[in-house]
Design a protein around this ligand. Structure first.
Ligand code: NI
Length: 169
């Protein structure tokens, strides 16, 4: 089932998510819904808090559904390694229409469960390292604007509030 994606301004996007206690039919359904919602958006990643579900789970698919092997599901991910720095333009389904240049690690490794509850380690560079950090941030209640400073951040927040007031957010 495709869910609405929460947008900047919703408090549920800014609260740290809780660990998943065990893999169950409910987590399986949640992950199916997250994948469907990510593909429908369309996007390359989605975290459970973006659907209003406060659990530490995200999905990433840089192929946007073209390559079944590219789909990553992570439950209770933890950092294993992060190194280096990259600066690229980035967006988020919770801030439609906005992008910014965000500093992210050049290489990142996370470890968590896959949807069957088996431990998986994912290593990413370039766009995948960026996506891993972006989705991990969602699990900690952080959006990419929270990684910006000064004028750029204020400008995005102000424009989003204006759209919200106009009922266009
Ligand atoms: Ni996002």
């Amino acid at each position: 089932m495709i869910h609405p994606i929460l947008k900047l301004g919703d408090a549920r996007l800014q609260s740290p998510a809780e660990p998943v206690k065990s893999v169950s039919p409910e987590t399986d359904r949640l992950i199916d819904d997250m994948i469907a919602t990510m593909y429908a958006a369309p996007g390359i990643g989605l975290a459970a808090p973006q659907m209003g579900v406060p659990l530490r789970t995200f999905v990433i698919d840089l192929s946007m559904g073209r390559d079944p092997a590219a789909l990553i599901t992570m439950i209770n991910p933890e950092w294993v390694e992060r190194e280096g720095m990259q600066l690229e333009e980035e967006g988020c389904l919770s801030l439609p229409g906005f992008t910014a240049t965000v500093p992210r690690p050049a290489r990142a490794v996370v470890r968590g469960w896959d949807r069957r509850g088996e431990t998986r380690t994912i290593e990413g560079t370039e766009l995948l390292a960026r996506a891993l950090q972006h989705e991990m941030d969602h699990l900690d209640g952080r959006l990419f604007v929270d990684r910006l400073r000064g004028i750029k951040r204020d400008l995005i927040l102000r424009k989003a509030r204006k759209l919200a007031r106009a009922g266009k957010w």
